[in-house]
Each structure stands twice: as structure tokens, then as C-alpha cells.
Design a protein around this ligand. Structure first.
Ligand code: PLP
Length: 399
């Protein structure tokens, strides 16, 4: 099929060869572990062409290929050499990408606010088991990277915006620096989604996502994806994909294709709702600050506008108190927002980072890490924005 320009049209039809599937408007699930062959020559040819022809689902599954082709098309406006590989979870994508790039003795520069398990994988697992050392930097200035790179630096790991504190890195500047030194770059693009930010068009080598969040969007599937140049993705599929085995299940891949059809529409609503809620919070007297790259008051709003075409619905704010009882009264006074981790689904969620930090640190130490007892994180869902604002207003009154 010739590629149309609009991503909505691509999400509706791209990657689907309906004529070969009885014309099924929704593709069937290839819920099978293996594929069978006519004779010796047929299976022999499949092995010769094993990066293209399905033999075993840990290697290739046609249901996953449909979603992978849609995601690859979504990830770039200008390149024709991009492919995508779905994985069982976002962490399966991140670990496969890291294992693909790194060898013992390599040095990594990572932004300090990367997703917690990514931080643990680099800082604990890869350091202790493989002698791979990571230096964490703030990442808001190019000089953070320039002065940390050594001759051993193999990888720069980005997450922009970060899903913890919503800070950005200038993606073009960092990839230009990395390329001049032969350093590979990986970005976790989960917050922005491939709809609002296209790192493949900004010189990034590998893009990873937790598909569990906006791309899945319905809080009913765990999945991840690695996006990059076709030859690199094929190498990852054969090595880390097949050898580490973090393969997506066919049924989960089918759910991702279902989700991709409505991704841009859902994001429009998440954006509109988040903008309304963030603006409401920003002028509320019980709120000290709001962390949302879509707000003019965000310190990197200009950079955000330069490298993103929109903003999603996960944001943070700080209550104007350090009194844990008042903070709990606010938290427990919320009804429409469900209490829970994760984000990017149809439902609005609330979480307080202090709940996990308090297990390891006394509140006096919070300041050193740039966090506050009164930090609240909300994921804005697809409900009516006025209902969400009303729910928050009432919770503020209960403080
Ligand atoms: C959730 C998340 C991940 C991990 O994804 P899973 O699908 O839970 O494995 C990675 N990065 C970010 C930014 C996330 O929010």
C-alpha cells in the first residue's frame, strides 16, 4: 500500500493485508506458537528468510507484525528505513535495547530522572553483574553530557520529558554531540508518545516505549516497543528478542492494533483535559507549583514546543503544605481519580511519590532529592474535564 500522509489514516489501515485474510476488517489473532510448512524446501526457505517469515512466535508473529508496522510508520515523518519490535513489557524493550548496545567495561551517561526500574537496571544490575558503569546527569544543559563523556562512553540514555519530574533534554543537541563521538543514543519516549515527539527524525538511534501507557491506553495490556533503523531492529529481534525471549503474546499485540486506531483521538482529549486541569491547579491557592511541560510557566516550555507537537496527560503538582495529615486528607478526599500507579489509560489516576519514598527515607531527606512530601502525580484520563476539576476542588476543601 502506498503510504498516505495522515497518521490517522495510517493507523486505520497501514500494515493490514485484508485480502489475504478473507477481507477481515479486524485482523484475526494468530494465537499459535508455531507455523507449519508444505515440505523440506518450504521450511528450508523460511529459515533462509527467517527475519521475514514466521516459523515460531518467539521469532515473528503476524498479529504482532501488524501493530509493529503501524508503530514504525507513526515514529517518523521523513524516514523509510524504520522498523519496530514489540515486547512483553516496556522493561523488556528497555533491557533488550541496553543489552544490544552494551558490553562489559562500557560507560553510560543517563539522565538522573529516568524511570526507576531503568535506573536500577543501569545503576545496580548492569554495574554489579557486568561492570558497566553509569554516570547520572541532570541533562537540562548540553554541558552536563559534554563534561561526563569519557573514552569508554558507549551510550547516552535519555528520557524526555521524564515521567517523574517532567524535565526535558534538547534531543537534537544531544544526538549531534553523541554522533560526533560515535556514541549510541536511546530515548524513553513514553510520556510524549510517537504522535507528539519523533526522536527518529531527530537523530536518536533507538526509541523505547512502555506501550502499557498511552499506546495501549485502556489499562488492559502490558507491552513495550523498540523502534530504530531496520537493520538494527532485525539484529535486536534475532539476538535480544529471541535469546532473552521477552516476546509479546499474540493476543496482547492484537489489543495494541485495536488501541492504535484511536491513539490520536485519545491523545487530543488527554491533552485538552490535562491543559484544563493544569491551568486550574496553577491558580489554586493550596498548590505551590505545577509540573507540566504544556504550561507556559514550565521552565523548559520553549524547548518543549520546539521538539514536541503536543502534550499528554501525566503531570505533577506540589501541595502548599508539609503536614502529612492534610496531604492524606486531600489524597483520600478524591473520588473520581482512582488511586494507583501507572498512567496513560482511559481512567484518571492519582498517586503520591512520598508513598514509596517514605519506605526508604525520612521526610527531612526529601529536599536533597528535589522531591517534597506534598508532591502529587495525576494521570488525566478521558473523563469530562469539569468533573475532574470539580473532584479536585472538593478534595482541596477537605484538606
Ligand atoms: C511504565 C514505564 C516503563 C516500563 O514499562 P512496563 O510496560 O511497565 O514494563 C518504562 N518507562 C516509563 C517512562 C514508564 O512510565
Amino acid at each position: 500500500m502506498k503510504r498516505p500522509k495522515s497518521i490517522d489514516t495510517l493507523m486505520a489501515h497501514h500494515g493490514e493485508n485484508r485480502a489475504s485474510l478473507e477481507g477481515a476488517v479486524v485482523p484475526p489473532v494468530f494465537q499459535n506458537s508455531l507455523f507449519t510448512f508444505k515440505d523440506w524446501d518450504d521450511i528450508d526457505a523460511a529459515f533462509t528468510d527467517r527475519t521475514q517469515r514466521p516459523i515460531y512466535t518467539r521469532q515473528i508473529n503476524p498479529t504482532a507484525r501488524i501493530a509493529e508496522q503501524k508503530i514504525a510508520a507513526l515514529a517518523t515523518e521523513s524516514r523509510t528505513d524504520i522498523d519496530a519490535k514489540l515486547t512483553a513489557s516496556g522493561m523488556a524493550a528497555i533491557s533488550a535495547a541496553l543489552f544490544h548496545v552494551l558490553s562489559p567495561g562500557d560507560h553510560v551517561v543517563a539522565v538522573k530522572n529516568v524511570y526507576g526500574p531503568t535506573n536500577n537496571l543501569l545503576n545496580r544490575y548492569l554495574r554489579q553483574k557486568m561492570g558497566i558503569n553509569t554516570t547520572f546527569v541532570d541533562g537540562s544543559q548540553l554541558s552536563d553530557f559534554e563534561r561526563t563523556i569519557t573514552d569508554q562512553t558507549k551510550l547516552i540514555m535519555l528520557e524526555s520529558p521524564s515521567s517523574a519530574v517532567f524535565t526535558l533534554q534538547d534531543i537534537r543537541e544531544v544526538t549531534t554531540l553523541a554522533r560526533s563521538k560515535g556514541i549510541t543514543t536511546i530515548i524513553d519516549n513514553t510520556w510524549a508518545t510517537p504522535v507528539f515527539q519523533k526522536p527518529m527524525d531527530m537523530g536518536v538511534d533507538l526509541e523505547v516505549h512502555s506501550v502499557t501507557k498511552y499506546i495501549g491506553g485502556h489499562s488492559d495490556v502490558l507491552a513495550g516497543v523498540i523502534i530504530g533503523a531496520k537493520d538494527r531492529i532485525q539484529k535486536i529481534a534475532v539476538d535480544e528478542g529471541e535469546l532473552l525471549g521477552g516476546t509479546i503474546a499474540p493476543w496482547n499485540a492484537w489489543l495494541i492494533t485495536r488501541s492504535l486506531r484511536t491513539l490520536t483521538m485519545r491523545l487530543e482529549r488527554h491533552q485538552k483535559n490535562a491543559n484544563a486541569v493544569a491551568s486550574f491547579l496553577e491558580q489554586h491557592p493550596k498548590v505551590k507549583q505545577v509540573r507540566y511541560p504544556g504550561l507556559k510557566s514550565h521552565p523548559q516550555h520553549q524547548l518543549a514546543n520546539k521538539q514536541m507537537s503536543g502534550f499528554t496527560g501525566l503531570l505533577g503538582f506540589e501541595l502548599n503544605t508539609q503536614d502529612l495529615d492534610a496531604i492524606k486528607r486531600f489524597f483520600n478526599g478524591i473520588f473520581l481519580f482512582q488511586i494507583g500507579v501507572s498512567w496513560g489509560g482511559h481512567e484518571s489516576l492519582i498517586y503520591a511519590p512520598a508513598i514509596s519514598y517514605l519506605k526508604e527515607l525520612p521526610p527531612e531527606r526529601f529536599k536533597d532529592l528535589g522531591i517534597s512530601l506534598g508532591d502529587i502525580r495525576i494521570s488525566i484520563g478521558l473523563e469530562d474535564a469539569n468533573d475532574l476539576i470539580d473532584d479536585l476542588s472538593k478534595a482541596f476543601e477537605r484538606m
